[in-house]
Every structure is written in C-alpha cells, then in structure tokens.
Ligand binder design. Structure first.
Ligand code: NAD
Ligand code: UDP
Length: 327
C-alpha cells in the first residue's frame, strides 16, 4: 500500500484530497495546525484504518516515521482575508514549511507535489494566463505575502528538483470552490452565499467588472491526482476556463438562492487582479484533463452544503482570533 502525506489536510482542498487518496487505497497521513482549517472537514476519516492525523505546524521540523511514497503540500492560508490577517505565517509556511517538506521528500525518496496558485501571475497583463507568463506581482502590496511565498515555493521546488534530483510536481490552482470552504474565509463564493442565507445585501468589490473562472473541487482533485502520477515536473495550470465578471456572478447567486436582497458596491481591494482565466492547453495535452462540472451544477452542490450548516455556524461573522499564532 502506497503511503502519502497530505499537508493542509483539515482545509478545504486538503480534506477532499484525503478522501480521494483513501478511495484510491492509499495509506493517508494528514498534517495540519488548524490555523485556517477545521477538524470537522476530516472527522469522518478518523474511523478509517488507513488514515492518521498529525496536529503539527510544518514551519517547524517535520518528522514522519516510516516510508513515504508521495507528499502533497497544501498547507497555506489561501483566502485574501486569511493572508492579510496572518501575513508572517503565510510567508513562513510557503518558504520554511516548503523547505521542510522538500527535505522530507528528499530523505524519504518521495515524490512531492506542491500547491501553487494563479496568484503567482499577480494582476496579469496577458489573457488567458499560460504557464510561460512570468506574472505581474506587487512584492510589497497586501497580496505580496501570499504571491511571493508561492513564487519562492516554486523556485525552491525547482532547485530541489535540479540540484537534489527530487521528483517534484507543481500545480497552479485557479479559484476552486465547493463544500467545506469556510463560510467566513472572505472568498467570494462563501461571502455571497453567506450573505444570501443571512438576508444581507451582496457586497461586490469595485464595479464588479473584474473576472474570475471558478473550478469545482472534484475537477480540481482529478487534475491534481493526474499530475501527481504523471512524469511532468514543470508547472501546470488546473482550473475551469469558464470566465465570468463578479457582478454577473452576483446575479447568478441571487437567482440560485432566491434572495430578495440587492447588490451593493464596496471599494476594490488593493491589487485585486482584474482578469483571471487559465489556459489549460498543457493540462489537456499532458494529463488528458479538462474541467467537466458546469458552474450551475457545482454551485447547486455548494449551496446545498452551506444550507446544511447550523444556524449558529451561519450567524458567525467574526473570523477566528489569529492573534495567538502571531510570533
Ligand atoms: P484552506 O485554508 O482551507 O486550507 C489550508 C490548510 O492549511 C488549513 O487547514 C490550515 O490550517 C493549514 N495550514 C496553514 N498553515 C499551516 C502550517 N504552518 N502547518 C500546518 N498546516 C497549516 O485553503 P484551501 O483553499 O484548501 O487551499 C489549500 C492550498 O491550495 C493552499 O496551499 C492554497 O494556496 C492552494 N490554493 C487554493 C486555491 C483555491 O481556490 N482553493 C487556489 C489556489 C491555490
Ligand atoms: N469579491 C467581491 N465581494 C466579496 C468578496 C470578493 O466582490 O464579498 C471579489 C474580489 O474583489 C475578487 C473576486 O471577488 O475580485 C474573487 O475574490 P476571492 O477573495 O474569492 O479570490 P481571489 O481570486 O481574489 O483570490
């Protein structure tokens, strides 16, 4: 039985990856410090004999007993609000944390896949974004802590590949959504659905003409699975190219939820990318992968999930108190 370590296991993507690899009959070791994740995302896995969980901060030395065949490195705050609240941790997990995991991959002779992001393209000047594009990032802007940590993460991963011969894979993930996103993480989908469910107006930032392209989680997991098992070590975009403006997306949410509330406009956050759409030619050619789930279908499933949350959970608007993690 193959053994795989998944960091960020209690988060949105990490928990779905744990499910997938258990279903593929791997022994799964989840690791998370719960800074933005929640054990309820993997509660159902603790009864599985092929699942173990370590509560650990990966910016500290990482020890895993026994052999490892694969590592999926998904630990990192991922929403703009999260990484604004915990900027130093965001930088540390992308740099020190990634360094620790590459060191672990090296000693275990494990193949490691790291979660990069469309944010490495910054506010892109080419459209759609291909893997060859170097990006347009403001290093000292509020998003710089995330974007630069992820860019460093890619560089150190390539260095371990070329210098130490570690088997590495790099996925550039474009906006992905689905059940188990945190209602209060500030990302646009939980934000709009939460507002609709609480009977609040939907907050569109800027004039809403900025675009995003949303990928349903099952498609994303399939792309990651194929990339891990492929023999391709350069970055690959995984995302759904179906692009929409944020104001049109707000209208879709109003239709989906039947809310009687209206859209209100707020200031556009600094350096908010104006357009984002993945070029997925590489994923198609190398992995035979394409996004299958239409936004209408994926959003229905996501809405069902958020509707099933308790009223107490829905009412929670405050973010977790992160101050105790600041050091
Ligand atoms: P998430 O916040 O739900 O999950 C991240 C997990 O990492 C959380 O459980 C958190 O507690 C854990 N974590 C953070 N710092 C840690 C540390 N120092 N030690 C151990 N665990 C730590 O976010 P997500 O959306 O599931 O994102 C997962 C990964 O995918 C991240 O690396 C993110 O950058 C990347 N990504 C996600 C998206 C997306 O649309 N969801 C897009 C691009 C990239
Ligand atoms: N956004 C919005 N209202 C919200 C939250 C987000 O209009 O309540 C916008 C945000 O400005 C951005 C887009 O939605 O243009 C996607 O934001 P998100 O935080 O989900 O992810 P990003 O792609 O910016 O990392």
């Amino acid at each position: 039985m193959k053994r795989i370590l998944i960091t960020g296991a209690a988060g949105f993507l990490g928990s779905h990856l744990c499910d997938r690899f258990l279903a593929e009959r791997y022994f799964v070791i989840g690791m998370d410090n719960l800074i933005t994740g929640d054990l309820k995302n993997i509660e159902h896995l603790f009864k599985e004999k092929n699942f173990e969980f370590y509560h650990h901060d990966i910016t500290k030395f990482v020890h895993v007993p026994g052999n490892l065949d694969y590592i999926l490195h998904f630990a990192s705050p991922a929403s703009p609000i999260d990484y604004l609240k915990i900027p130093i941790q965001t930088l540390k997990v992308g740099s020190l944390g990634t360094h620790n995991l590459l060191g672990l991959a090296r000693v275990k002779k494990a193949r490691i896949l790291i979660a990069s992001t469309s944010e490495i393209y910054g506010d892109p000047l080419i459209h759609p974004q291909t893997e060859e594009y170097y990006g347009n990032v403001n290093t000292i802007g509020p998003r710089g802590v995330y974007d630069e940590a992820k860019r460093f993460q890619e560089s150190i991963t390539m260095a371990y590949h070329t210098f130490h011969g570690v088997e590495t894979r790099i996925v550039r993930i474009f906006n992905t959504y689905g059940p188990r996103m945190r209602l209060n993480d500030g990302r646009v989908i939980p934000a709009f659905i939460g507002q609709a469910l609480r009977g609040e107006d939907l907050t569109v930032f800027g004039d809403g003409s900025q675009t995003r392209s949303f990928c349903y989680v099952s498609d994303q997991v399939e792309g990651i699975y194929r990339l891990l098992l492929s023999d391709y070590h350069l970055p690959v975009n995984i995302g759904n190219p179906d692009e929409i403006t944020i104001s049109n997306f707000a209208e879709e949410i109003i239709k989906l939820t039947g809310t009687k509330q209206k859209v209100i406009y707020k200031d556009l956050p600094v350096n908010d990318p104006m357009q984002r759409q993945p070029d997925i030619t590489k994923a198609k050619e190398i992995l035979g992968w394409t996004a299958k789930v239409k936004r209408e279908e994926g959003m229905k499933l996501t809405y069902e999930y958020f509707k099933s949350l308790s009223p107490e959970e829905l009412a929670k608007e405050e973010h977790k108190d992160f101050s105790k993690y600041i050091y």
